[in-house]
Design a protein around this ligand. Sequence first.
Ligand SMILES: NC(=O)c1ccc[n+]([C@@H]2O[C@H](COP(=O)([O-])OP(=O)(O)OC[C@H]3O[C@@H](n4cnc5c(N)ncnc54)[C@H](O)[C@@H]3O)[C@@H](O)[C@H]2O)c1
Length: 380
Amino acid sequence: MKKIKVGIIGMGYIGESHIEAVRRIGCCELYAVADVNAELAKKKADYYGVQKCYSSVEELLNDPEIDAVHNCTPNFLHLSINKKIIESGKHLLSEKPLCMNYEEAAELVELKKKYPDSVAAVNFNYRLNPMVQETKNRITDGAIGDVRVITGSYQQDWLLYDTDYSWRLEPEVAGNSCAIADIGSHWMDAIQHVTGHTITEVMADVKTVIPVRKKPKQQTETFTSNVPTEYDEVEVKNEEYGAVLFHTDKGATGVYHVSEVAAGHGCYFNFEINGSEATLKWNQEENDRLWMGIRDGDNRLIIRDPNSISSGARPYTALAMGHPEGWNDAFKGNIYAFYKYIEDGCKGEPVFSTLEEAAYIVKLTEAVIESSREKKWISL
Ligand SMILES: NC(=O)c1ccc[n+]([C@@H]2O[C@H](COP(=O)([O-])OP(=O)(O)OC[C@H]3O[C@@H](n4cnc5c(N)ncnc54)[C@H](O)[C@@H]3O)[C@@H](O)[C@H]2O)c1
């Protein structure tokens, strides 16, 4: 069977993870990369031995060999570049958040309806961690009873000091949210995916923890902790912290918080789901383990094992038990799910996030920011 030829736009921090993931999947082939920074695009193409290298979106989209395109550019470019990809008739895998605001996201959802022959997805990669899929399958099979209470957090520390800076803090590049859009979006997506519940009401408190930061005069790489020697002091408008109370359409209640100023945390994404019969608890930093809490019996630690994992989670894990898999493997899992869906003729419910689901996450993000500003519950 002919391999699906892939082009990746944006060779920054996450673009490289996309390259590595695509390279590990049999039914697709990494064919081209592009970046507006031509030197960077060439460097990455040479390093990874990529056949074609472009310095504009248009050049890459005009290449008739390419079947699918990943958009790994900053948020403010998601609407315009995703639109061009959809209109080219090629498959689209966009980075999250889908757009800067819900109006833009709804425009993409509408546009996509005119191009039913291609597939569009958004890269909410935590869904495809095998133990997140395990959580989903166990909840669907009734292992914890009715979902009642959902709690958790996503904590990082890459914005801890006033010398840390990112375009994610700038509303004109990132949208009107930093932490909620950047990492809260992942948390809300994963929770809705595993529980089958939809968050319908939010009450939030978000905070700009460091109101003035030192913005480097020279652009630096994303997530590096180099202290700039030359900088401008700039006022920060987006939040690095947020706490959100929420209700779901099926009667569950919950609370989560996100922080990008939590010293010592690199990627502490965690959740605990209390059902009427048992609890499931998971933490990305120890991602091979899923804890099951049982009141009238022994609590259990379920260790990822391809031999015993549920059939639904099995395609997304490869290494034998005791051989730790990690963030990159789960990331590959999401991209594998996208290409497998295309290869299999787009049958059934996709396990990856659709444009509609990702547009709803943008709506939720807006509601969280509005709730904090207005100091009241917001219903969706
Ligand atoms: N799924 C995840 O876990 C995850 C993790 C990190 C980032 N992201 C998302 O990925 C996106 C990119 O984030 P990043 O951290 O890689 O940013 P980055 O700033 O490191 O990289 C962005 C790249 O896009 C390039 N670019 C800018 N304008 C362009 C254009 N017009 N055409 C082609 N290339 C262009 C830049 O030169 C840069 O190399 C964001 O939307 C972010 O939210 C997702």
